[in-house]
Design a protein around this ligand. Structure first.
Ligand SMILES: [Zn+2]
Length: 323
């Protein structure tokens, strides 16, 4: 009992300065210049990305434990999504087993991850590779279970293995350290991860964490190959990111823009799909008539605009600090 009380005190003291800072920034009204930047981004986003502009520029929020669970869904011929509206894991079927991107949190393995595999008729023991978007426990928390029970190989960038294995003092104060996967494979830009007929291109997108990654890979849409991308290091709460972190993030979004443009990406998925929001897309997918477009296909120009909005709202957040 004592330990618990002491534990929550630690959490409180560790988070308090951050909360204060966030509040101070939020209560300052936007200057005319900041409002103009938001309007510019809203215009650029058009009707396709209006929810995203609202989320990133005006009402960002972290994922939460009570984010509603989504129905595990096959969203493309070879791509499945499992999780909740705040945090999702994706499973790709290949000719040599399954590749999973992210693994949800440790406390969601029994409640969301494994039930998701069952609901989809997929065997979790077939997961050969897990690519982690970045080294936070809501993404790697399920990986130790998969590694231990099914021998899945866990890929994380070198910088985020380091972040996980040598957390800063402030991170340690936030509570008991999460259980880490055993040190396994390293994912790096320029080194594709291949499983069966699937080739995933990793792209380094530091900012949210030093080793955040984006992944570009093909999906099959009614037999047609389309390139998909996940920016797996999205900043949901800009207030807790340093000035330097936001600048790095902005450069990373631009870098991802160049890489996804080259790869002709036209499918948008996210591991924190709050900005989409994913439930709306899943509802549209369910109601889709034969031959109608898949709501996750946003087109090549549409995908670039998605990233334009992420960059635009990051500029808004940077400008807010300078006003
Ligand atoms: Zn994170």
């Amino acid at each position: 009992m004592h330990r618990t009380i002491l534990g929550s005190l630690f959490v409180f003291t560790a988070l308090f300065p951050v909360a204060m800072r966030a509040q101070a920034q939020e209560t300052k009204p936007d200057s005319d210049a900041v409002r103009a930047l938001i309007e510019k981004t809203r215009k650029a986003g058009g009707s396709m990305w209006s929810d995203e502009v609202r989320f990133f520029c005006e009402a960002p929020r972290p994922n939460r434990p009570d984010d509603p669970v989504i129905a595990p869904t096959k969203i493309f011929d070879n791509l499945y999504v499992i999780g909740n509206s705040g945090t999702a894991a994706y499973v790709v079927q290949t000719t040599d087993g399954l590749l999973m991107i992210d693994s949800l949190g440790a406390n969601q393995v029994e409640t969301q991850l494994l039930p998701g595999f069952r609901a989809l008729g997929l065997d979790p023991a077939q997961v050969k590779v897990i690519l982690i978007g970045h080294g936070h426990a809501d993404h790697f928390g399920g990986a130790p279970y998969m590694q231990e029970h099914f021998g899945s190989k866990v890929y994380i960038s070198a910088a985020d293995w380091d972040l996980m294995e040598h957390p800063s003092a402030s991170a340690q104060l936030k509570g008991p350290p999460p259980v880490l996967p055993k040190h396994d494979q390293v994912v790096a830009e320029g080194q594709p991860v291949v499983l069966g007929d699937l080739k995933v291109m990793p792209v380094a997108v530091p900012g949210h964490t030093p080793g955040s990654m984006g992944y570009i890979f093909p999906v099959k849409d009614g037999g047609k190959t389309r390139m998909a991308a996940i920016y797996a290091g999205t900043i949901l709460t800009p207030n807790i990111i340093s000035d330097q972190g936001l600048e790095t993030y902005l450069q990373s979004v631009k870098h991802f823009q160049a890489e996804t443009k080259k790869a002709k990406v036209e499918v948008e998925i996210q591991n924190h799909p709050l900005m989409d929001p994913i439930q709306t897309k899943l509802d549209r997918l369910k109601a889709r008539k034969a031959g109608a477009p898949n709501p996750f296909v946003v087109g090549q120009a549409g995908y670039q605009t998605f990233l334009d909005v992420m960059a635009g709202c990051t500029e808004v957040n940077i400008a807010r600090r300078k006003q």
